[in-house]
Design a binder for this molecule. Structure first.
Ligand code: CA
Length: 234
């Protein structure tokens, strides 16, 4: 699977419709998978990483509106396109209230489905881009992902690319306790089978540059777990 391939989850109990959607989406270069009822659909929607969800409203197990409501409790960003057999105003209103991004009324033209998927993915990618390029601040620590400038107070800090990536990650998750394995996966970008000492090594480098000589440290060790970056310890 290509790394930049968009993943789409189809939650639809009508097998032939789900299958047609899957084939057409795969033909367009998406990775598409099917969940056949509301319960399985909700579990897969929240347990796995998706770029977009096609969600039927009339589903056995748990109806689409309820599935959507529960997805939105966990993820406000993911585009969800509702499929509805009826051109039903109450369904549309309920769907919008629960944070649906778009509607497709059955029977649909595949070209229209594909166009709406493209539009919603474009919008999502644009807003992701905006979020990832915004400057980060924790206490007097400042990091600008665009210019790659880092400052602690007035002091400019020079980081290697890996140190920069690690600090960006810690700042994006400020206040959270991050396990070494998780840091390895997200910063080094692979499932690291070996030991995770490399994280400790890079944390030491960062402490030298960020915290040394500062009135209060920002990087904290959480014994037996990992690390956290926050303004006040405890
Ligand atoms: Ca259905």
């Amino acid at each position: 699977m290509a790394a930049d391939q968009n993943r789409i989850l189809i939650i639809e109990d009508e097998g032939n419709i789900a299958r047609v959607l899957q084939l057409e989406l795969e033909h367009e270069g998406y990775a598409a998978e099917i969940a056949g009822d509301g319960i399985d659909g909700l579990a897969r929607a929240t347990d796995e990483e998706w770029d977009l969800i096609l969600l039927d409203i009339m589903l056995p197990g748990l109806n689409g509106i309820e599935v959507l409501r529960r997805i939105r409790r966990q993820d406000e960003e993911i585009p969800v396109l509702l499929l509805t057999a009826r051109d039903s105003i109450p369904d549309k209103v309920a769907g919008l209230d629960q944070g649906a991004n778009d509607y497709i009324t059955k029977p649909f033209e595949m070209e229209e489905v594909l166009a709406r998927i493209r539009a919603n993915l474009r919008y999502r990618n644009a807003s992701r881009e905006k979020n990832t390029s915004r400057p980060l601040r924790v206490g007097d620590l400042y990091l600008d992902p665009k210019t790659r400038q880092v400052r602690r107070g007035e002091r400019k800090i020079r980081l290697t690319p890996r140190e920069f990536d690690l600090l960006t990650y810690l700042m994006r998750h400020a206040g959270q306790v991050l396990e070494r394995e998780q840091i390895i996966q997200d910063v080094w970008g692979f499932d690291y089978a070996g030991d995770t000492n490399v994280v400790d090594v890079y944390i030491r480098y960062l402490r030298q540059k960020i915290d040394k000589g500062a009135p209060a440290p920002l990087i904290h060790t959480v014994r037996g777990v990992g690390y956290t970056l926050r303004e006040h310890d405890g």
